[in-house]
Design a protein. Structure first.
Length: 427
């Protein structure tokens, strides 16, 4: 039995009042099904009494008027909540309910509504740098797919049954700006695909400013086969730097364009002209825990010498412990993105100096002068490709001179590549 057969000639209620209910509601209207109301759980706040002129009922309120002969319930929530909803219905002796199938959503594409998945790198990850990336990803994707149904998925852990079922319905699965690719994906798992689950999401993943984990040799045969099966064949993928582009082309994946990370997509010449040329009064420092602790001590001492005040922000708990081991008197701003945004909005004359790449990019987004110290291939490649203000560790001896030198930040972004990547998904 499909959803239309279940609802035919009955009074239909949706248990749920979110996106899934709204999408199924559109189909029911097109099929001339009699929609009588939306149901929410007891204790859930009723922010309004109607949706589109149709009543909203609390479950116990609805149960008093329920007629098992004429009333049918569609469970219109995500799979993670369905068991809870079923128990709620059974507690009030309602047994005539329907759980939508994948096939019930197939009409969406025909009616110009697509299901889109985003592999969200902030889920199950303590690194707030991924939050900076996902801000940029969502700022581009949400306007692009504003009439479509969007689902967020975790990206790191192996994709399992519940996620795979939802992913399978998606037209695209976007993966934005992280180190998800490497040469031995059977040994080092930075993305939840593997040879057991890739069949269910074959050719659905779309890269959006994604980068290669580190400098390494040619990808092994397992990785080559996995990427060729997982990556969408019908679109041009966006990668973070020319090194990543080169690695993909080496294994025959040629539908790729080097656009840079989405976090820098707005850094055109007009934007860069607004960045300060001389040093500010204060400094904001971010450090990535590493073995070269003496180099980081040197960075902190140099900053203390050349600025009135020095502040620290951490992308994760290990950053805090690491910085404390270097500089016990460190003054920290709140360790979340809101705290960082508030600090940057309220401190006009502050420079960024540190080894955290995306922390530095966030400061540039707020029109702050930045000196990003490269400790891996990400900053090095983006500095080389796009002119990000990056210095190499071997040049740290010149840090004080750089701080006190007037210079213009010249980041060069090929906006035509970004526009081509975006336009391929437009209606």
């Amino acid at each position: 039995m499909n959803i239309i057969e279940f609802c035919s000639d009955k009074n239909v209620y949706f248990y749920g009042a979110g996106n899934i209910a709204n999408i199924l509601y559109l189909r029911m209207i097109s099929e001339k099904i009699n929609i009588m109301g939306f149901i929410i759980s007891d204790g859930q706040p009723k922010e309004e009494n109607q949706i589109g002129g149709i009543d909203i009922f609390v479950l116990t309120e609805f149960a008093q008027k329920y007629n098992s002969d004429n009333d049918r319930i569609i469970i219109a929530v995500g799979k993670e909540l369905q068991n809870e909803i079923i128990l709620n219905l059974r507690r009030v002796n309602i047994l005539q309910y329907y759980i939508p199938l994948n096939s019930d959503f197939e009409y969406l594409e025909k009616n110009n509504i697509r299901e889109i998945g985003i592999l969200d790198t902030t889920i199950s990850d303590e690194n707030h740098g991924n939050g900076i990336i996902m801000q940029a990803v969502y700022s581009r994707l949400l306007p692009l797919f504003k009439t479509d149904f969007i689902t967020r998925f975790p990206y790191w852990d192996d994709f399992l049954t519940q996620s795979l079922r939802n992913m399978q319905r998606c037209k695209y699965l976007f993966l934005g700006g992280t180190n998800a690719l490497n040469a031995e994906m059977d040994q080092c798992t930075l993305l939840g695909i593997n040879e057991k689950n890739v069949e269910m999401i074959e050719h659905k993943i779309v890269l959006m400013g994604v980068g290669w984990w580190r400098y390494e040799g040619l990808p092994n045969s397992y990785t080559q086969k996995l990427l060729k099966r997982a990556l969408c064949k019908d679109v041009v993928h966006s990668v973070r730097d020319s090194y990543t582009e080169k690695m993909l082309r080496k294994i025959g994946i040629d539908n790729v364009e080097n656009t840079g990370c989405p976090t820098i997509w707005g850094f055109n010449s007009d934007f860069c002209r607004q960045l300060p040329k001389v040093k500010g009064k204060d400094a904001l420092v971010m450090l990535n825990p590493r073995k070269e602790k003496e180099l980081d001590r040197y960075i902190v001492e140099t900053v203390k010498k050349n600025y009135e005040n020095i502040y620290f922000w951490v992308q994760g708990p290990r950053d805090f412990l690491y910085i404390k081991s270097i500089y016990r008197e460190a003054d920290f701003i709140p360790p979340n993105l809101e705290g960082l945004e508030n600090f940057l909005e309220n401190h006009l004359h502050v420079d960024y100096i540190g080894t955290r790449l995306h922390g530095g990019i966030k400061c540039i987004q707020h029109k702050k002068r930045a000196i990003i110290i490269s400790i891996d291939n990400r900053a090095q490649e983006m500095g080389k490709d796009f002119g990000l203000p990056v210095i190499m560790p071997k040049d740290l001896k010149y840090l004080e001179d750089i701080i006190n030198t007037e210079y213009e930040t010249k980041i060069h972004i090929d906006e035509s590549k970004i526009n081509r990547w975006m336009n391929q998904f437009a209606r």
